[in-house]
Design a protein around this ligand. Structure first.
Ligand SMILES: [Zn+2]
Ligand SMILES: [Zn+2]
Length: 828
């Protein structure tokens, strides 16, 4: 008698991970004729140690990849490292560790841990963005953008993080604070490189409409961030000064109500005005000085709206009225035109400003019945009917906007314009651990890109990390160079690129990761793109996910990849993992490590817990009872199925087995319910594998009970379920599945098998309604088991009085039987 072999998950999991690797079963082939499926989790930053919160993300992606592989797709599922960034450099400053050494050792550890989770990545495609063979192409793209005018350098007030000592893009400032360290962001005037993402504003906005595989929340955040508004840009002349001030407004119907102009202190007209108004100079300059270093949020949201008069007046181009020009804190030079018309009666901010500075308030819009009249207690911001507006008086707001815009255009003083809230993407960073910007500055030639054949511009080694100033700027051996154009002395740009450049196209590099001549080949990239399913956190809504869309549109525009210019067809935002009610994170100190969890409970148990405890988009609480429950599940599967594997192989999976009774029917149905759930959760892209794994629990409970019956080893239904079990377990508990599959006698991995098609006959519920007719007339409806035979159905029908009453005394001549639907008894 064979002894009960306990399931040794540690040995089994190690063995299968090695075997999968040796047999390269997850390596995606470019020439595979099956339809492709590209599933991708956001490129991780190699921060060091992973915890089970990370495992939640990887497990979902892996279950999807495995499921799609079994459903007949040529799945590509790559992994790599977003390896540039500040933590490595901070480690260098604080602990004297070389950033590269720090990064590479973290990658080693994380790769080991990600493999430990039993993931099905194609590791032949792995790279780190700090590899010169990768960042060389960042520089190549930068150069192409420079040639197209999409990369440009300009001096402007920028966001400066005093802690990280670098500038930040607008997307990286959240509520006035640095996205990375939370420090209050300051303003500085610096010459910086930008990518002209605003050239793509219309497309980035419009194409959101067709990304119906994205969470609506993310699309809304991007729409709001881009912030499109239609309006009119028109000019006010300045009285006695040779200057005109452009303003943009979405409410040109209120133009007759303008009672002042608010301009940024940096507006070029201000300098001209001060030449004519020397008495105002001191007051304006003191005011401007008081704003220096104040961030955008502070100026526009937190500070009280305030300002000082310049002493000059502007002329309203339509009413010809004189309005005072004020320098204010809430108008920013780099936004729009740097000036706005103040309409206190119809704008709450202007109303507050006018009240504070005793400026006049002129109502020019009233409500529909005209009952709203000055004095107004508050700004009336709705559309309405124009009053006191010259020839436009009496018009409604919308037609008045069109008429006034046309008039300003005809006067040559204005035009209809579209404004966007978002700015160009500032990509210069004053830090070391990033991609060097491949531009040199020459006295004769200006800004000159490094020729392609001299790329990459390598990061120098052995740089001093003092924490003071930019390490590259402090390194003359790096900065001093010769001009590629004239051969004269030149200096390299000492900045590196925002690391979000690295993550803006990595998903295309995975498709051709070893290409030494191009970032990727067009054919191979076009075959695999776009990413069918992207998985990652919602925190990237207006950073990575916007930048990558812009970058990919550029790649498609240049013809380097063909097809749809949206890179991510579907996007799934994972919920976070909680522990003790709080998000699991190193900084909170509530971390459960991968190594200890795998060692103690096993990979499959961990994966099953992470998938089963909640829908993947929801937050999930890690509990010790939960994981222990999954350990028991794994053991229960093994105890029930393994002793029957030798007999089970002979029962074919191509057709339903003989079912000797209701218990067998129930068991087989539970299998097909689980198969059906896995299929539909994948097909609908809902990925609620919490439902599928709950179905597996029900299945295994029934199987465990059936396996205890004395005739289990000769019951075709039980053996059929044992035979199929590894297939339905495979995406969720991949090691256990392959171990059972091998016990069945298979040599090839279960992960290369096809998912079984759920059989409607097996799925049918307990009872169906059979219509009973006598001589073509309905006499009864009886509840029967699905698949009931004709004789059994007839016997049941004859138990019904309404049926026997009709037949009474007659002879049954014929029976017409439509299985599961109808029995017609012909009697005469
Ligand atoms: Zn910071
Ligand atoms: Zn030169």
């Amino acid at each position: 008698m064979p002894e009960d072999r306990p399931y040794d998950f540690r040995a089994v999991e190690r063995t299968w991970q090695q075997r999968w690797e040796e047999k390269r079963i997850y390596v995606a082939r470019d020439d595979d004729p099956r339809p492709k499926y590209y599933v991708l989790e956001m490129l991780p930053y190699p921060s060091g140690d992973l915890h089970v919160g990370h495992a939640k993300n990887y497990t979902l992606g892996d279950a999807i990849a495995r499921m799609q592989r079994m459903r007949g797709y040529n799945v590509i599922h790559p992994m790599g490292w977003d390896a540039f960034g500040l933590p490595a450099e901070n480690a260098a400053i604080q602990r004297g560790i070389d950033p590269e050494t720090w990064t590479r050792s973290n990658i080693e550890n994380m790769r080991r841990q990600i493999r430990l989770m039993g993931t099905s990545y194609d590791w032949t495609r792995e790279f780190a963005t700090c590899d010169p063979s990768y960042y060389r192409w960042n520089q190549w793209f930068f150069t192409r953008m420079f040639e197209k005018g999409l990369a440009y350098k300009r001096e402007a007030p920028v966001n400066w993080c005093p802690v990280d000592r670098t500038v930040l893009a607008n997307e990286q400032v959240e509520n006035g604070k640095c996205w990375r360290c939370g420090a209050d962001v300051e303003r500085r005037n610096l010459a910086q490189w930008n990518f002209k993402i605003t050239d793509y504003a219309d497309r980035l906005l419009r194409d959101l409409d067709r990304l119906d595989g994205w969470p609506e929340r993310i699309r809304t955040m991007q729409r709001n961030w881009i912030g499109r508004s239609e309006g009119v840009t028109f000019a006010f002349d300045v009285e006695n000064v040779d200057a005109a001030i452009d303003v943009f407004t979405t409410r040109v119907d209120t133009v007759f109500g303008a009672t002042f102009l608010a301009v940024a202190p940096e507006h070029p007209a201000v300098a001209k005005i001060l030449e004519r108004m020397p008495k105002s100079r001191r007051r304006v300059e003191e005011f401007a000085a008081s704003l220096r270093g104040k961030g955008e949020l502070e100026r526009t949201q937190l500070m009280e709206k305030t300002g000082v008069p310049t002493g000059a007046y502007a002329i309203n181009p339509l009413s010809r009225e004189r309005v005072p020009i004020w320098v204010t804190n809430y108008v920013l030079a780099e936004y729009g035109t740097g000036a706005v018309m103040g309409v206190p009666a119809h704008d709450a901010r202007d109303f507050a400003f006018a009240k504070k500075h005793a400026l006049s308030i002129a109502q020019v819009i009233t409500n529909a019945d005209g009952s709203l009249r000055a004095p107004l207690a508050d700004a009336y911001e709705d559309d309405g009917k124009l009053i006191a507006s010259g020839e436009y008086t009496g018009m409604k707001s919308a037609p008045a906007r069109r008429a006034i815009a046309a008039r300003l255009e005809a006067m040559g003083r204005g035009k209809t314009t579209v404004n966007y809230r978002f700015r160009d993407w500032l990509v210069s960073r004053q830090r070391y651990w990033g991609t060097p910007i491949p531009i040199v500055s020459c006295e004769n030639d200006g800004l000159v890109p490094v020729p392609d054949d001299q790329l990459p511009v390598l990061l120098p080694k052995g740089v001093a990390f003092t924490g003071q100033g930019s390490p590259l700027a402090n390194d003359p051996a790096f900065v001093d160079t010769t001009c590629p154009r004239c051969g004269g002395p030149a200096t390299r740009d000492p900045d590196t690129m925002d690391t979000f450049v690295d993550s803006s196209w990595y998903f295309v590099r995975y498709l051709d990761p070893h290409n030494a001549h191009l970032p990727f080949g067009r054919d191979v990239a076009s075959r695999w793109m776009p990413v069918d399913q992207y998985i990652g956190g919602a925190e990237h809504a207006v950073m990575h996910l916007l930048y990558a869309r812009f970058f990919y549109k550029f790649l498609v525009d240049e013809g380097w990849v063909e097809g749809d210019d949206e890179p991510f067809t579907r996007l799934f935002n994972q919920g976070t993992l909680l522990y003790g009610g709080e998000k699991m994170s190193k900084s909170r100190g509530n971390v459960v490590g991968i190594d200890e969890t795998v060692e103690k409970h096993g990979v499959d148990a961990m994966r099953l817990f992470l998938l089963k405890a909640a829908p993947p988009e929801d937050a999930l609480e890690w509990t010790d009872e939960g994981i222990v429950g999954r350990v028991r599940f794994v053991q229960r599967v093994w105890r029930a199925a393994e002793p029957l594997t030798r007999a089970a192989r002979s029962v074919p999976l191509e057709r339903l087995p003989e079912m000797r009774g209701e218990r067998q029917r129930e068991l087989v149905r539970a299998l097909h319910v689980a198969l059906d759930s896995g299929k539909s959760e994948t097909e609908t892209r809902r990925f609620h594998y919490n439902v599928t794994t709950a179905k597996l629990d029900e299945l295994v409970n029934l199987l465990a009970a059936a396996a205890r019956e004395p005739d289990a080893a000769s019951d075709p239904a039980v053996l059929y379920v044992v035979h199929a079990l590894p297939i339905v377990l495979a995406p969720f508990a991949p090691h256990l599945a392959d171990e059972l599959w091998a016990a069945l006698g298979y040599e090839r991995s279960v992960h290369l098998e096809r998912w079984l098609e759920p059989d409607p006959a097996a799925l049918a519920t307990d009872e169906i309604t059979l219509v009973v007719q006598v001589n073509g007339k309905v006499r009864a409806r009886i509840a029967v088991a699905p698949g009931i035979g004709e004789d059994a159905a007839f016997a049941l029908a004859m138990e019904h009085a309404t049926v026997t009453a009709q037949i009474d005394g007659k002879q049954v001549r014929k029976r017409i039987f439509v299985p599961d639907k109808l029995l017609n008894i012909v009697a005469a």
